[in-house]
Design a binder for this molecule. Structure first.
Ligand code: PLP
Length: 391
């Protein structure tokens, strides 16, 4: 059976050339980058080259890039570091509704640690506009002189709404100069232009597996001059900011994947957006009651769209499509491990539980074709009337 993978916001297939580079790195420069001998230096050189590629994508210096095991680790590290740094100021944190579980989970854990020391993290959610994007006027009114941290996703993984991070950064710097700003760029890194030399961002997190790199490797950007408390201490790798022997082969793969994504950025955007528009057009042609949750197809991120299909349970549809070789998502892949927190971004849009249970996410990559979209339309055309009979 032919496969149609439309779940690229959950993860992407690694590029063959990335896989080859990982294999070559595992077998060739396999030394420990901290070793002083030649084998170590070879590995260090591979890592440095990947760091430079990633720094170039972000318009920053290589020494601001720290490699971690995943975006979840980067986010946790950044939020903890920001709160520790500003702990004398306050523990006031501002964030949009609908953040990924990696952020809400980190804040939950940090809140419980803070309470051990008799402190409380004062979390305040920002109002959003009808498409899910942050209200800048609400941010402006909630920023305080003693705000410790603002954290925001860049591209929402469920709805594809793009948060105005450049404008948020400028507001934060002017109204709360001491507040630190973290951006979860896991869905946008290298896909969207972001010039960190011109943007007021202190920390940024991303992950390789969303851009056709390997799973299990992430990055944390930390603005130059900012001292940061590490999450992991030990051997002092990554200039003391993240101890543990580096995953050199995956770091090499991450660098190459980021370089390729950046090179193809505009092709990627046009390709994904036109497939997304075609998918929504074809589906709405057959089922006019299908609606888009969040930003319009023209406005959200090119690769993500969230659809509500009335009177069809998304999980049942997902498995019925899977039987036909089509892979989509209901909610975010991570939320499926926490059914009780099903869909933070859709709840932020004010959807009822029933509406959330009828919502699916399609997400595209350069590997998708119109054949995938047509296969989805054909499968939905036969499945939806049948599933609706059982509702
Ligand atoms: N943040 C966002 C927006 C994501 O989409 C994801 C992955 O689903 C993560 C964080 C976590 O990424 P990782 O799996 O690399 O920890």
């Amino acid at each position: 059976m032919q496969e149609h993978y439309l779940d690229n916001a959950a993860t992407t297939r690694p590029l063959p050339e990335v896989v080859s580079l990982i294999q070559e790195t595992l077998l060739g420069p396999y030394g420990n980058p901290s070793s002083l001998h030649r084998k170590g230096q070879e590995a260090e050189h591979v890592m440095q080259s990947a760091r430079e590629k990633i720094a170039k994508v972000l318009h920053t210096e290589p020494s601001s890039v720290v490699f971690t095991s995943c975006a979840t680790e980067s986010i946790y590290t950044a939020l903890q570091a920001a709160l520790l740094k500003n702990r004398r100021l306050s523990l006031h944190v501002l964030l949009p509704r609908g953040e990924h579980a990696a952020t809400s989970g980190a804040l939950q854990a940090l809140s419980s640690y803070a309470s051990l020391f008799g402190r409380e993290i004062e979390m305040e959610y920002l109002q959003n506009l009808p498409d899910g994007s942050v209200s800048l006027s609400d941010l402006e009114s909630k920023l305080r002189e003693d705000t410790a941290l603002v954290t925001s996703i860049h591209v929402n993984n469920e709805t594809g709404v793009i948060q105005p991070i450049e404008k948020m950064g400028a507001l934060i710097r002017s109204k709360s100069p001491k507040a630190l700003f973290h951006v979860d760029a896991t869905q946008s890194f290298s896909k969207y232009e972001l010039d960190l030399s011109r943007t007021e961002i202190d920390f940024l997190s991303a992950s390789a597996h969303k851009i056709h790199g390997p799973k299990g490797i992430g990055l944390l950007f930390q603005r130059r001059g900012l001292s940061m408390t590490p999450l992991l201490r030990g051997g002092g790798q990554e200039r003391g900011l993240r101890s543990g022997t580096e995953n050199v082969a995956y770091i090499a793969g991450f660098g190459l994947a980021a370089q390729r994504m950046e090179e193809q950025r505009s092709v990627w955007e046009d390709h994904c957006r036109s497939l997304k528009q075609e998918a929504v057009r074809l589906l709405q042609e057959s089922f006019p009651d299908i609606s888009v949750n969040g930003p319009s197809v023209a406005e959200g991120a090119a690769h993500i769209v969230n659809l509500r299909i009335p009177k069809v349970r998304s999980e049942v549809l997902l498995h019925a499509l899977e039987d036909k070789g089509i892979f989509i998502s209901s909610g975010s892949a991570c939320a499926s491990n926490h059914p009780e927190e099903k869909s933070p971004a859709l709840s932020a849009l004010g959807l009822s539980t029933a509406a959330m249970e009828e919502s699916v996410r399609l997400s595209f990559s350069l590997e998708n074709t119109t054949e995938d979209v047509k296969a989805l339309r054909d499968a939905m055309t036969s499945l939806i009337p049948m599933l609706r009979r059982f509702t």
